[in-house]
Design a binder for this molecule. Structure first.
Ligand SMILES: NC(=O)c1ccc[n+]([C@@H]2O[C@H](COP(=O)([O-])OP(=O)(O)OC[C@H]3O[C@@H](n4cnc5c(N)ncnc54)[C@H](OP(=O)(O)O)[C@@H]3O)[C@@H](O)[C@H]2O)c1
Length: 274
């Protein structure tokens, strides 16, 4: 047990420099929450490997991240495939010789009516968000142990509060929370911090798609749909990707060092239960 008991003092003025010089892998970083996390970490002085399928979009995020003076490597690949996991680890070790941080954020579970969702959608949903994350954790673990590193898994509030169109996303997120809890236990022994964040509704392409579909069904415009959904779900607001990114930065920094195995609801009050 080493890393999570380290007591690095804060800088004068409240700045937390504990992330400076660390190396992160961030998945699903070509847009949305993952891109915001990559940029937030770059501002904190973290070098990174960013992963998703769309190379052009990854390059544009990488360029913005580099403007903060950090080094960024791009891996364009499909994380449902085992090879993308090994390419990602190999690229990180070749470029930076270590991995301190792993943020599993990539996810694309299909919404829809339970009876209309084919097996292939279930396999894709679990294949990317659960198996992709699990495989990356397993492949990165030996080097995370060496660096007393940290894992953050981005799951989702639907894991605890399903809706009727979230047949796949809900169990995927629940499984990722449970896996994170398990891995945190191993992390206590091995000196790796592991935590899980459950966003509620966050303004990204994924939410736009949902609003567009549901607004069509109800024959209202998407802005009205957003308002109606907020009221129906009884939430305080719709989140921005930067809200989740700021939380990830806190969890990963030494200020978050007491967090181990935490399942953090960042959902504007969507989760009503204890
Ligand atoms: N937005 C929300 O309201 C919300 C709520 C709860 C949880 N979440 C979770 O937060 C995470 C990010 O969501 P988001 O809203 O930012 O989604 P998004 O805007 O749709 O972005 C998803 C990211 O995952 C990548 N991705 C998708 N399929 C992939 C694959 N097969 N291999 C590798 N990368 C892949 C996408 O890049 P490419 O297409 O380039 O591959 C993209 O970078 C997801 O896990 C999501 O379930 C989001």
């Amino acid at each position: 047990m080493t890393g999570h008991t380290k007591q690095e003092p804060r800088l004068a003025g409240g700045e937390d420099a504990s992330l400076r010089g660390k190396v992160a892998i961030v998945t699903g970083a070509s847009r949305g929450i993952g891109a915001a996390i990559a940029l937030e970490l770059a501002q904190a002085g973290v070098d990174s490997v960013i992963v998703a399928r769309d190379e052009a979009m990854l390059n544009s995020v990488a360029e913005r991240a580099r403007s903060f003076g950090t080094r960024v490597e791009v891996v364009a690949g499909d994380l449902r495939n085992v090879e993308t996991v090994s390419w990602t680890i190999d690229r990180a070790l070749a470029a930076f010789q270590k991995i301190d941080i792993l943020v599993n954020n990539a996810g694309a579970t299909t919404r829809g009516h339970f009876l209309e969702l084919p097996d292939s959608d279930w396999e894709d949903g679990f294949g990317l968000k659960f198996f992709g994350a699990m495989r990356l954790c397993r492949a990165a673990w030996p080097t995370l142990v060496q660096t007393s590193g940290s894992v953050v898994n981005i799951a989702g509030a639907g894991g605890r509060t399903p809706d009727i169109y979230f047949a796949i996303g809900s169990p995927v997120n629940a499984a990722l929370n449970s896996f994170s809890k398990f891995l945190a236990e191993l992390g206590i022994r091995d000196g790796v911090r592991v935590n899980c964040i459950n966003p509620g509704l966050v303004r990204t392409d994924r939410l736009t798609k949902r609003l567009t579909l549901e607004s069509r069904e109800r024959r209202i415009d998407p802005a009205e749909m957003e308002y109606q959904l907020s009221r129906e779900l009884r939430i305080a607001r719709i989140g921005e990707p930067e809200d989740i990114a700021a939380l990830v930065r806190f969890v990963l920094s030494d200020r978050g060092r007491l967090l181990q195995g935490a399942a953090i609801d960042a959902d504007a009050g969507l989760t009503k239960t204890l």
